[in-house]
Write a protein that binds this ligand. Structure first.
Ligand SMILES: Cc1ncc(C[n+]2csc(CCOP(=O)(O)OP(=O)(O)O)c2C)c(N)n1
Length: 562
C-alpha cells in the first residue's frame, strides 16, 4: 500500500494515531529507503486538522495529500473538514482504517456512509489486491474534475497481510476530457478573428493549467480577468495583460472556469456531485438541481448577450485551443496582436498605479490606532515578503482582504482563498498543509490567523513546530467571534433592547487568551500581545526570518475588529 502511495507521488500522510491502521502506519514509517520519506508521516492532534492540512496542501499544489482516519470516530472528527474540502472542489485522498476485532464502537459495516454525501467516491476493498487498486482509483477520482476528497476504508487484516510476491499494479493517470477538435478550432478562430478578445479565468486545477492560460492570453493578445485575489490557480494578477486593457468593448469573451463569457468552459458542477446519494446536502444557497454555471453577461460590458456554457474542464481543453491558435496564426494577425497586447499592457499598468494609490490612501485611516488596524498588518508585511516565494494560506476576508489590492498575486498558489464552506477551524491547519508543500519548495507561508478560528483545534501549532514548517502566523486577535458579535448586536438593535450585552457568547474575554503562551506551550517561538502599531513591523521581520529558517513563529497582534 505504501508503494502505491509512493508511485502516486504522495508527499505526506497526516494522521492522529489509531489501532485500526497500525499495519499501514508501521509500513509508512519503516518501508522504503530512506524510510518515512515521500510519503512522510505527519503527526496530527485532531482528525479535523489532518484533513484540513490536506485541503490546504491540495489548494497550494493542485495535488492530493493523504489523511489517515481511525474508524468511525476518526471519520466523525474529520467530517467538517471533508465537507469543506469537498465544497471547495479540492482533491484529497482519505484512508480510513477499520478493525472489527478490537473496539466494536469504532467499526461499522459501511464506514464511508457517514461522509458519502460529501465525498466524491469511496470503496471498501475485500482483498489486499483490491486495496491497491482502490487507492489508485481513489487518487484518480480525486483529481478528475470536479475534484474532491475520496475515501478508501481498509480493514486492519488487509493491512497486516504479507504482500509476498504480489505485484503493485502500474499506475495509470486518468484521462480528463477536454473539448473536441471542432470546438477547439472554432474557439481559436473566434479568438483570432476578434478585434478585442477577452479571457476571464476562474479557478483552474493545477499550475500547469495556469501556465497554459497565460500562454493562450499572450498568443492572442487578450486582456484578461483573474480570480487570483479570490483563490488559487488563476491568472497572474500583475501580468501585463491582466486588467481591463486599453479598450473595454470586448467582442468575444472566453471564460475558463468562469461563467458569463461569450463561450465559457466550466467543468462539472457541484450539483452533479451532490446528487451522489439521496441525502443531497443543500448548503450555502446551492440548490440541488440548479446549475452553478448559469450566470450570463458578466464577462463583457454593457449587457453582453447571454453566453454559451460548455460543461467541460477548461484546463484539459487548453492544449487543443493553444495548438489550434498556433496553427491558424498568420504574420498579419501576429503583428496586430503584438500591437494590441502592448496597448493593453500600458493601460493596465496605468490603471494599476492609480488603483494602488487609491488603495494606499484608504489604508491610512486608523494607521496609528491601537488596537492595530488590519490594513497595517498587510501593508507592513508586503515589503518583507515581496521578494520571497510566499503563500497566503489563510482566508483574508475577515481581516479586511487588504492583500487583494496591495499584494501581487502572481503565482498559482499566491492566495489560497476562503475556507470552502465557511467552516471555522480552517486557517491554521490549512496553513500547515500549505507549509508542508512550501517546505520542499523553498516557499514561506503567511497565516493571518483569526482568534476564534484558531481555538477550534489549536494543537495544529504543535504539528507545525514538530515538522519545522516555514509558517508565520500573525494573530488577527480581535478578542471575539466578531462576525457573530455583529449579528447579535444587530439583533439587539432590531429588538430595541440595547447592544451593551451583545458580547455575551460572542467575545473571548475574561480572561483574554494569551496566544504567545499558547504557541509557547506547543514549542513554537512567539511574541506579543502587540497593541502598539510601531512595534508591529520589527516583530514581523523577526517572525519572517524565523519562519524562513523552518522555525514557525507566532505574533499575537491585538487588532481592530475587522
Ligand atoms: C464550525 C463553525 N462553527 C461556527 C461558525 C459560525 N461562525 C461564523 S464566523 C464566526 C466567528 C469567527 O471568529 P474569528 O475566527 O475570530 O473571526 P472574526 O469574526 O472575529 O473576524 C463563527 C463562530 C462557523 N462558521 N463554523
Amino acid at each position: 500500500m505504501v508503494q502505491v502511495l509512493k508511485d502516486l507521488g504522495i508527499e505526506y500522510v497526516a494522521a492522529n494515531p489509531g489501532s485500526s491502521f497500525e499495519g499501514l502506519q508501521e509500513s509508512l514509517i519503516n518501508y522504503g529507503t530512506p524510510p518515512n520519506v515521500k510519503p512522510e508521516f505527519i503527526t496530527a492532534l485532531h482528525e479535523e486538522s489532518a484533513v484540513t492540512m490536506a485541503h490546504g496542501y491540495g489548494k497550494a499544489t493542485g495535488k492530493p495529500m493523504c489523511a489517515l482516519l481511525h474508524g468511525t470516530i476518526g471519520i466523525q472528527h474529520a467530517a467538517m473538514s471533508i465537507y469543506q474540502a469537498y465544497y471547495d472542489k479540492t482533491p484529497a485522498l482519505l484512508i480510513a482504517g477499520r478493525d472489527f476485532g478490537f473496539i466494536a464502537a469504532h467499526s461499522a459495516n459501511d464506514m464511508a456512509g457517514m461522509v458519502r454525501s460529501y465525498t466524491k467516491w469511496d470503496a471498501t476493498p475485500k482483498t489486499l489486491e483490491e486495496s491497491l487498486v482502490a487507492i489508485q482509483r481513489a487518487y484518480n477520482e480525486a483529481i478528475t474534475p470536479p475534484c474532491g476528497p475520496t475515501m478508501v476504508v481498509i480493514d486492519i487484516d488487509l493491512q497486516k497481510e504479507e504482500a509476498g510476491t504480489m505485484k503493485v499494479p502500474a499506475y495509470q493517470p486518468p484521462t480528463i476530457a477536454g473539448i473536441d477538435a471542432g470546438q477547439a478550432r472554432e474557439i481559436a478562430k473566434t479568438l483570432l478573428d476578434a478585434q478585442n478578445p477577452r479571457i476571464t479565468v476562474g479557478r483552474l486545477r493545477t499550475p500547469d493549467g495556469v501556465r497554459q492560460s497565460v500562454e493562450l492570453a499572450e498568443l492572442v493578445g487578450a486582456s484578461t480577468a483573474t480570480a487570483a485575489t479570490n483563490g488559487p490557480m488563476s491568472f497572474p494578477q500583475r501580468h501585463p495583460l491582466c486588467g481591463p486593457g486599453a479598450n473595454t468593448s470586448y467582442d468575444f469573451t472566453l471564460g475558463l472556469e468562469q461563467p458569463g463569457g461569450t463561450v465559457s468552459l466550466v467543468g462539472p458542477s457541484l450539483t452533479t456531485l451532490l446528487s451522489r446519494d439521496s441525502a443531497n446536502i443543500g448548503f450555502g444557497g446551492i440548490t440541488p438541481g440548479v446549475s452553478r454555471a448559469g450566470g450570463a453577461g458578466r464577462g463583457g460590458r454593457g449587457g453582453a448577450p447571454a453566453g454559451r456554457t460548455i460543461e467541460i474542464d477548461a484546463e484539459a481543453s487548453l492544449p487543443a485551443i493553444i495548438d489550434e491558435v498556433k496553427r491558424q496564426m498568420s504574420p498579419d494577425k501576429q503583428r496586430a496582436i503584438a500591437d494590441r497586447g502592448a496597448k493593453h499592457a500600458a493601460a493596465n499598468q496605468e490603471a494599476r498605479i492609480d488603483a494602488l494609490q487609491r488603495a494606499l490612501d484608504q489604508r491610512r485611516a486608523g494607521w496609528d490606532s491601537t488596537p492595530i488596524s488590519t490594513a497595517r498588518i498587510y501593508v507592513e508585511l508586503w515589503p518583507l515578503i515581496m521578494n520571497e516565494d510566499w503563500i497566503l494560506a489563510s482566508p483574508s476576508n475577515f481581516s479586511g482582504g487588504h492583500n487583494a489590492q496591495l499584494w501581487d498575486h502572481n503565482k498559482p498558489y499566491s492566495y489560497l482563498g476562503g475556507q470552502g464552506a465557511g467552516g471555522m477551524g480552517y486557517g491554521a491547519p490549512a496553513s500547515v498543509g500549505a507549509a508542508l508543500a512550501a517546505k520542499s519548495r523553498n516557499q514561506v507561508v503567511i497565516n493571518v490567523q483569526c482568534d476564534g478560528d484558531l481555538n477550534y483545534a489549536p494543537g495544529v501549532l504543535w504539528t507545525a513546530q514538530h515538522h519545522q514548517l516555514p509558517m508565520l502566523t500573525v494573530m488577527h486577535n480581535n478578542r471575539a467571534w466578531h462576525q457573530e458579535l455583529m449579528f447579535v448586536e444587530y439583533m439587539c438593535g432590531v429588538r430595541g433592547r440595547g447592544t451593551d450585552r451583545g458580547h455575551i457568547g460572542t467575545s473571548l474575554r475574561d480572561p483574554f487568551i494569551d496566544y504567545r503562551m499558547m504557541a509557547a506551550a506547543y514549542g513554537m517561538a512567539a511574541e506579543g500581545p502587540i497593541a502598539d502599531p510601531v512595534k508591529l513591523a520589527p516583530a514581523l521581520k523577526r517572525g519572517l526570518a524565523s519562519a524562513k529558517r523552518g522555525q514557525p513563529y507566532l505574533i499575537d497582534v491585538i487588532t481592530q475588529p475587522r
